[in-house]
Design a protein around this ligand. Structure first.
Ligand code: EPU
Length: 419
């Protein structure tokens, strides 16, 4: 397994560009199943999760090609399979996103039931219960979800709990249902709006994405479309945190700051000076020691759970004590034990972490457990004394495009060690 070797202590300085958002791209690729015409996607990030989604579509019979400008063309007009096999689903839970489109287009889908994962049990009951309201018959057999429907019928649905991919699955399914569907208690993440924009470009009729009520008037057919994947707010947030802990000064281009206002506000509380315009964000860490910041994660527009682990490092080297409440996932503190091995003072009780600031961190050999946990270990390595080796970095390659290249460009010293 490849590892990253990080020599700590360099201040990050300079300018980088944000890549396309993984969590916008995954549902949009799945949505290509809805049309018989060509879908052209630009600014797709080069990530393992994107490759896995293409592998899944490819295994069903989709044709995927890449042109000289790195634009992907997807043609799903000749799908032969309506099945997402366990081999792929187990490596990427977002495979569940093909369920809605397959039901809308073929009235049938067989998807391996995602199991537990490092950050929590992550069931899909909200997806399934809501699809049942559109008339879908669902049974669970031999570890698979078997779903069938003659014709999806619009309905008024109130989700039992807020779910990002669940909201996306229902938006895709309802786009081609008979009549009108309303969705309430929905996720309002920017990626929901991105998907709605893409579906509307395909000819869907979706109003209200990003608000508390989404209204979808079903259409018979969806056409081809071209779409530019928006920038990754979590990637941008991660680099901003890296700059703060290294007393750096960086500019991130190609990112709409309105997508991460909660993160920006919390970074300001640490003492960082942040400026932004429509398409870029800069950070300058003027304090030698960050101030602690309390955090409670919750669905958008609140503080994102996907930034919780990275902020632990700011708090770990802060001038005081911070409380971090994780309310989205039940087990998203796996990074804590590894961070403590680097000198952090973090204790966890239930869904709360208490982080006491220490004077300095030291390098150690640590192990990544999930995508955002690995980002926090790399960030800790950047501000630690000596060398840090992060093992199991396949987690980071799922969601950060060329991370060591981008950080080295800003002045870090990171080497990828072969397996
Ligand atoms: N939940 C249920 N039942 C369901 C669905 C969700 O109980 O049917 C629970 C989950 O167990 C969790 C909470 O509801 O406790 C929220 O889960 P959600 O469904 O919103 O998460 P998701 O759609 O599986 C997406 C992102 C995650 C991100 C979460 C929360 C994608 C592909 N993934 O996951 O991204 O953390 O929303 O914002 O969009 C990441 O990028 O590192 C990542 C994990």
């Amino acid at each position: 397994m490849e590892k990253l070797l990080i020599k700590g202590g360099n201040n990050l300085k300079g300018k980088i560009s944000c890549s396309g958002a993984k969590n916008a791209a995954l549902p949009i690729i799945a949505a290509s199943i809805l049309s018989d015409e060509k879908i052209v996607l630009k600014n797709l990030p080069y990530l393992q999760d994107i490759t896995t989604m293409f592998e899944l579509l490819g295994s069903m019979g989709a044709e995927i090609s890449l042109d000289e400008n790195m634009n992907f063309t997807i043609n799903t007009s000749d799908l032969k399979e309506i099945e997402a096999r366990y081999e792929l689903v187990k490596t990427m839970r977002a495979s569940i996103l093909v369920l809605g489109p397959l039901l809308a287009k073929y009235g049938e889908a067989k998807i391996a039931l995602p199991g537990g994962c490092a950050i929590g049990s992550r069931p899909v009951n909200y997806h399934l219960d809501s699809l049942k309201k559109l008339g879908v018959n669902i049974s669970l057999k031999n570890g698979y979800i078997e779903a069938k429907v003659n014709k999806l019928k619009g309905a008024d649905i109130v989700f039992d709990g807020i779910t990002v991919t669940g909201t996306e699955n229902l938006m895709m399914a309802a786009s081609m249902a008979e009549g009108v569907t309303t969705l309430q208690n929905v996720a309002k993440e920017p990626e929901i709006k991105d998907l709605a924009e893409f579906l509307n470009k395909m000819g869907a009729k979706i109003d209200g994405a990003g608000t508390d009520l989404i209204k979808i008037t079903g259409v018979k057919k969806l056409q081809g479309a071209e779409f530019n994947i928006p920038a990754d707010r979590i990637e941008a947030g991660t680099y901003l945190v890296a700059a703060v802990v290294t007393q750096g000064e960086i500019l991130i281009e190609n990112i709409d700051p309105s997508r991460l206002m909660q993160v920006i506000e919390k970074l300001k509380e640490t003492g960082a000076c942040i400026e932004y315009d429509k398409n870029s964000i800069s950070v300058f860490m003027r304090e030698s020691i960050p101030k602690p910041v309390d955090i409670t994660t919750a669905p958008f527009p609140n503080f994102p759970t996907d930034m919780q682990a990275q902020f632990s490092v700011i708090n770990a080297i802060s001038s005081g004590i911070a409380k971090v409440n994780e309310t989205v996932f039940e087990n998203r503190f796996m990074h804590v034990l590894e961070l403590n091995r680097m000198g952090c003072d973090i204790s966890v009780k239930g869904n709360q972490a208490i982080i006491k600031g220490v004077n300095s961190l030291y390098g150690a050999e640590v192990m990544a457990t999930d995508l955002r946990a690995s980002a926090s270990l790399i960030i800790a390595g950047l501000c630690a004394e000596g060398e840090t080796i992060v093992d199991r970095i396949y987690h980071i390659d799922r969601g950060y495009e060329r991370i060591e290249e981008k950080l080295n460009y800003l002045g870090a010293e990171i080497t990828r060690l072969p397996s």
